[in-house]
Design a protein around this ligand. Sequence first.
Ligand code: SF4
Length: 60
Amino acid sequence: MQNAQEKPSAQTSVVSACTVTDCKFNEAHECHAGQIEVRVGPDGAHCGTYTPEASQRPRP
Ligand code: SF4
């Protein structure tokens, strides 16, 4: 049987505030992913939906 703490879960996002400002889903410290995955590892829980914004944006 799989350890419940290692099992990723997905649910409708109820994140009220997020400090990961380099995530593409973060707008003014609010998560707009709609759904996130929380993963738990040896170093604690972290967001599995985190997606860094593209560092190389085309210049206007
Ligand atoms: S996807 Fe995760 S890291 Fe990105 S804004 Fe939402 S909660 Fe924060």
